[in-house]
Design a protein around this ligand. Sequence first.
Ligand SMILES: Nc1nc2c(ncn2[C@@H]2O[C@H](COP(=O)(O)OP(=O)(O)OP(=O)(O)O)[C@@H](O)[C@H]2O)c(=O)[nH]1
Ligand SMILES: [Mg+2]
Length: 385
Amino acid sequence: MDAVAILILIIALVAVALVATVAGLLVSRRRKPEPLPNTHTGVIVRPPEEADQAPVEVSAPPATIEPEAPEAPAAPAVEKPEGTASRLVRLRQRLAGSQGALGRGLLALLSRDRLDEDTWESIEDTLLTADVGVAPTQELVEHLRTRLRVEGAPEDARSVLREELLNLVGPDLDRRLQVSGADGKPGVVLVVGVNGSGKTTTVGKISRILVAEDRSVVLGAADTFRAAAVEQLATWGERVGVDVVRGPEGTDPASVAFDAVKEGVDTGADTVIVDTAGRLQNKAGLMDELGKVKRVIEKQAPVTEVLLVLDATTGQNGLIQARVFSEVVDVSGIVLTKLDGSAKGGIVVQVQRELGVPVKLVGLGEGADDLAPFDPGAFVDALLG
Ligand SMILES: Nc1nc2c(ncn2[C@@H]2O[C@H](COP(=O)(O)OP(=O)(O)OP(=O)(O)O)[C@@H](O)[C@H]2O)c(=O)[nH]1
Ligand SMILES: [Mg+2]
């Protein structure tokens, strides 16, 4: 009898231990964060999970991805953004359409049997006409002269030109958008630029990408001069499915920006994007106001990215704007819009040189998905046609 009782007791204990082990496994598996769904559009480069070999020239603090992946929110009924592959193919085609002339012109000149002084002068003119700028043009021509004298054959011209153009554009700059904050605060992106450069459209396009990457976004309508400006952003908000913080027309833009970031902090949003009114760089009062917007935001959370939106078709004038804006708000990235039009791509080189700040995104049309990461290789290939 005793032996049977002991046997039953042992069997019971083993069964309990087994049940406990299986339950423990299930619980610990459930606790592991789920991987983010693979909805990457390729436009926002995700911050590194660990400090990796990322270049550190850009002064923006390295953002860290939050370890606990947020539960996917109930999907709002919004349009689905275009995926990476087709977006990039389409954008490259569009870029090639508008930029090809520069590359074709240069290649035709470099393929001549004799590269005499007249030809080199024409090459310089072609580069200057494309807004490459005086210093970079001279540098490029110098390199081409040396290399083509040594490496000779005209059939090499294309690959030599490609390499040299790529060096000029800066293949190693850190072009990632800093959309993540630290210490549980949201990343804050401040979007600035002159009138009509494409700020509001860019805010809409970026938030669409962030939402597609499962990030929660709040928009701040700090362009309080015109009711229409607020409406334009509100329309983007509805379209993308994100909250837009707005104030009555004429409110102090800094207070709307403050409220937007506060909402981002309070709701635990990943990123707050603040749209600002277009302002001319030579209007001191308006530029001061922009400085104030940034300072007031930073009472809530640090601004992680200041994007200067430049219309690529404005050429040299864009450079002057870039300089002044940079003095006031410490620009950390450039969005070059309207590169699909008659823009001259050389401005990319000049503006980066001038500010020491990389072009991070390019706008290639008015559509919601017409925004791409600036990819130096693809850009140079598009230039070469
Ligand atoms: N072709 C083309 N048009 C663009 C691009 N980005 C913006 N636009 C157009 O440029 C116009 C101005 O864009 P907005 O986004 O309103 O410009 P903004 O800088 O917010 O203007 P303000 O708020 O008035 O200073 C709109 O018609 C946009 O559709 C682009 O990359 N390519
Ligand atoms: Mg606007």
